[in-house]
Design a protein around this ligand. Sequence first.
Ligand code: ANZ
Ligand code: ZN
Length: 867
Amino acid sequence: DQRYDPQTIEPKWQQVWEKTRAFCADADASREKYYLLEMFPYPSGRIHIGHVRNYTIGDVVARYKRMCGYNVLHPMGWDAFGMPAENAAIANKTHPAQWTWENIAAMRKQLKRLGLSYDWERELATCDPKYYKWEQWLFIRMYEKGMVYRKESLVNWCETCSTVLANEQVENGECWRCGRPVKQKKLWGWFFKITDYADDLLEHCEKLPGWPEKVLTMQKNWIGKSTGAQIRFPVSGTHEVIHVFTTRPDTIYGATYMVLAPEHPLVRTLSRDTGQQETVDAFVDRMAAESRTDRMLETKEKEGVFLGAWCTNPVTGTQIPVYTANFALMEYGTGAVMSVPAHDQRDYEFAKKYGIDIIVVIKPEDLSVEETAATQAYTGDGVMVNSGPFDGMHNRKAYEDLIAYFEKNGLGKRSISYRIRDWGISRQRYWGAPVPMIHCDTCGIVPVKDTDLPVVLPENVDLLEGGGSPLSSHEAFVNVACPQCGAAARRETDTMDTFVESSWYFERYCSPHCDTAMFDKKEVAYWMPVDQYIGGVEHAVMHLLYSRYFTRVLKDMGLVDFKEPFTRLLTQGMVCKETQHCPEHGFLYPEEAGARGESVFCKKCGQPVEVGRVEKMSKSKKNIIDPNELVARYGADTVRLFCLFAAPPERDLEWSEQGVEGGFRFLNRIWRLASAWMVRFRQTRAFTNAPDHLDENLRPLYIKTHQTIKKVTDDIEARFHFNTAISAVMELVNAMYQAETRDISPETADDQTAAVMRGAMETALMLLAPVVPHFTEELWAAMGYEPGSLANQSWPAWRTDALSADTRLIVVQVNGKLRGKFEIDADADDEALKTRALEDENVARFIEDRPVKKVITVKHKLVNIVV
Ligand code: ANZ
Ligand code: ZN
């Protein structure tokens, strides 16, 4: 009698899978493909529990689909460029490349130990010149098509990381990576024209039914399409004109002041020699030091200064003061706001603060004009007032009429604004893919020749302590001949945002070793799009939007023939765990707290510890679990089982030691039962026929078996609810134990009994195979099957006639004479009885070609067919 020992079983099967290339995929037009992808990891050095959960969920789907007969592609690789490598290299006096490749080796080993069914022959790392060569190639194609441009602009600058950040990488005014405040800096950089695709990206949000609604909403908000008008406001006493973008042209009669963004070019021009110049300059300088997103916060105190200049409201002809203020953003609309304090809360607060007129121009039915904006702005619909010829009109109608009026009189035009900006991809850092461009004094900007690609990152660099790029001081890298005129020129030293690499890696996986193109078009045509993508919701805008954009670029280049890279998306929840908190020492590791009776105390100070707050696992909360330790203690299968059993994938999972123990016990229960019956199992085959051929006492277990197949399949198909699927298998195992305690034992079992037990056990193994692949493969082989064959075993099918324990025997008559019998669900309705009766061969023989005149059914008893 052998003990269940995952530490010997698991490496054994992993070797078998590797040797037999069990999960290597080949395109095969005769088979239906299924591309399952999890977001690839950054090689930080260690797999954390979030990875384990993410990859386990993906692995179960991949293994399940394989058993369902699909040709499955399930690749893995490394998002290997980026800042941590550089910082670690500076701190540890190594090279980013060395640090990265060592981490990859360590993490690959950890992933392999989890028994994930990857096609490792397709492994890629984005820092490999063979990979980024094609990114550079595409960059040049995009440049040729005007999809990339270089400009000087105000950028989000993180002092700590000394690099530019994309808007998507600024969170609440802070760097998404280091959490420090982000500043504004004027800098030259490269941009991808993602805004050209804003509308298309937005529209197709409606055509992604396989994506979570919340992710689509985030993308829509990020793209931020607003419709309205652009209107011209002439500046008094000059020839300048201020253009505003407004979503509410219907409120123009209430525009009592103008606000320009601090960076608006007219701010300095208009304030010159007005006596306000110094105040304005000081304000503008102060704003430059603040981050944009910070300024956008709704809660941020509104502040601004008068420019000393006036402009004319084009419909009223009144002079209104021009301000600059923190809430106006240069990057949105035109950088100028016609402020309507009566109908916009932000404008209202500002007007109150600076004593500016508030004029109501839209009145709701239930309020008087005086009451309408008495304490706050009124933002709803209503009837136009104080609006000259538009008075009395509904504001929605006035909206349209006013735009028509502007267009007719050259005062403005219909207009659309987007919140999304072009994607700034320049990074002033070393560890990234070099932008393949050359600056020549005579020829200007010249792309590197295709034959000179890749532009390889030089290895021998001095990384600068405080960050910054060592490339610009690397003479051998920088000095280059102009590809066009041959004169001495300088190489571009910006590297690309790492999100560029992750925008096409899923296409590269289709033919990862292709060295004549980004990818083999035929392979991509077969495998793409990804059928199921799985990853964290934190990528809802950046990575997932960039990837959609990049796929559109590839489509417009004729390289792919689809727009959307990911048909279905699953965003898995976080892994959380209880925390322990001491009032004096903050969060405690489990070993830093001791138990005294019912209560827990801090071992350092003896004070009682607050136990219980469940939070996302993180080093700072001291509630992390090391997957390596867990695997060493319980084996990979138990860890996988727990990750899937404890919660449905999209929900947060609360870690519990007892839960893991429970998983381990469950596997041992199956193991013991299988071991006890194994000799008997080997002498028999699983029973698979209709249940009416079974003895009464064996029928319940057989039916339970088929019910379980159906339940597990339905749970996986509907929403990947592995937790309830696993519960169902647990019930089946219980049913086997119950059958055993009643009257069945391996020693006394007759052939039919052993066959039904074997069928139940085989079914449990097949249903659990995607979840605990090593464990099930071991028992599968023990039962006499070809070792390693379970991974490619067909997913079991249920018999519809074996789904209900409560069946009835129905007799079938033709013209009143008994001609057949069948067993059917007690719930079966008349229609089901009739269909089943007519299907009966014997019955059909007696009907012959005669038309059926009438069918009489008696529930639970009889069908009489009259011909
Ligand atoms: C007048 C007005 C009246 C406005 C009113 C709103 C309500 P969304 O909907 O987000 O697109 N705006 C325009 N450009 C701006 C900029 N660069 N910085 C800050 N605010 C700006 O916002 C559009 C509205 O935001 C515009 O419509 C404008 O204020 C303001 F009752 O114009 B509105
Ligand atoms: Zn030149």
